[in-house]
Design a protein around this ligand. Structure first.
Ligand SMILES: [Zn+2]
Ligand SMILES: [Zn+2]
Length: 137
């Protein structure tokens, strides 16, 4: 059983066949699918699953805090099941591969007080960009 599925079971989330398939698709490390990709993968397992059901389920998972929305390219939102371990993203500028990375410093703590302009700063997102080894070869 996937990690996300386990967490949802633990929370007593009502698991219909459709919700289950969405949760199963969002399994593994470095997973950052768009809603359309989740729909295509879910439909491989459950052909009748509708786009609307996938979108609604993703919205619920985000509200529950079990999946986070990521926007690394400023276009499509991506859905990331690695919701409980703070991380940043490393993105290949050519093929779009995304890796979860853990900088040594804390980007939130690294912003100096004089550059906070009196804000109560609560989150920081950093996207590292480059070219992956496959694209560089
Ligand atoms: Zn690449
Ligand atoms: Zn991630």
């Amino acid at each position: 059983m996937s990690d996300l599925l386990k967490r949802l079971r633990g929370r007593g989330w009502r698991l219909t066949a459709q919700r289950r398939v969405v949760a199963e698709v969002l399994d593994g490390d470095h997973v950052h699918y768009t809603a359309d990709e989740v729909h295509a993968l879910a439909a491989d397992r459950l052909p009748e699953i509708s786009r609307a059901t996938v979108y609604n389920t993703l919205g619920e998972l985000v509200s529950l805090g079990e999946v986070i929305e990521v926007s690394t390219d400023g276009r499509a939102k991506r859905y990331d099941p690695n919701a409980h371990h703070a991380h940043q993203h490393l993105v290949c500028a050519r093929c779009g591969t995304i890796r979860d990375v853990h900088p040594v410093g804390d980007p939130l703590a690294d912003l100096p007080a004089q550059e906070r302009f009196g804000f109560a700063v609560s989150a920081a997102e950093v996207t590292y960009r480059g070219v992956c080894p496959d694209c560089a070869a």
